[in-house]
Design a protein around this ligand. Structure first.
Ligand code: 5RP
Ligand code: ZN
Ligand code: CA
Ligand code: ZN
Length: 224
């Protein structure tokens, strides 16, 4: 299963990952940032419907110097006290939000189109792959339309979100530590898509579906 998922990711295909029954209970579509095309963004928008986000490995996040949004808010709360009152200390399914800043590549127009978002995402992966992290501010602007997520130090050994699981997949596949994920929503119920329906979607579209537990087991084995 994991080998098939890694093969799919290397080919630029999406895989579906359900986190866990004791967490968000969400299935995310995941694809490698370096392989992202406008088609992926269109499918995520239309078929997944959640927020299209870009998990960035802890190492790349450090090299880029991107903060957690919560750290920015803490820093700015002296001037804007409401920011500390908005603290997300009560997330029902995890200790900490992975949200970082939002960006657009400077070569985009509005930044939101499928073409623009795919460009921003691919260029970020390229920049990291080429170790040009110091050029980040020259080539990208913020705020933008691509939400970056900061993976925890230690990745899935420290936090078991789709952010860290996406990066674990990239690492095992030998791809750059930047990914794209989007939650699958149910158009009929207004809730997250059920696991059964996510599995059905995977079957119908010839995609790999994995549970977070299997993914993390494979990663632990890979690291040992
Ligand atoms: C951003 C999210 C998603 O759930 C995404 O999967 C990343 O978050 P996490 O790492 O907490 O699973 O909330 O849209
Ligand atoms: Zn979520
Ligand atoms: Ca839809
Ligand atoms: Zn998630």
């Amino acid at each position: 299963m994991i080998q098939e998922a890694l093969k799919a990711l290397r080919k630029g295909e999406m895989v579906l990952v359900f986190d866990a029954d004791n967490r968000e209970r969400e299935t995310d579509m995941i694809v490698a940032a370096e392989k992202t095309t406008p088609d992926h963004i269109r499918v995520m928008r239309n078929d997944a419907g959640g927020l299209i986000c870009v998990p960035v490995s802890w190492e790349n996040s450090e090299s880029l110097g991107i903060p957690y949004m919560t750290d920015i808010m803490n820093e700015a709360s002296g001037r804007y006290p409401v920011l500390s009152r908005l603290s997300p200390h009560d997330i029902p399914y995890d200790e900490k939000s992975a949200f970082s800043i939002t960006v657009n590549h400077r070569r985009t127009f509005t930044g939101i189109t499928d073409n623009d978002r795919a460009l921003t995402i691919r260029e970020l992966a390229e920049l990291c792959k080429n170790k040009k992290h110091h050029e980040f501010g020259d080539l990208f602007r913020s705020p933008g339309h691509v939400t970056l997520l900061r993976a925890a130090d230690g990745h899935v050994t420290r936090r078991r979100g789709h952010t860290e699981m996406s990066i674990a997949l990239m690492e095992m596949a030998g791809l750059e530590g930047v990914a794209v994920c989007c939650e699958m929503m149910d158009d009929r119920t207004g809730n997250a898509l059920s696991t059964d329906d996510a599995m059905k979607y995977a079957e119908e579209h010839d995609l790999i579906f994995m549970s977070g537990a299997d993914l993390i087991d494979s990663y632990m084995e890979f690291r040992s």
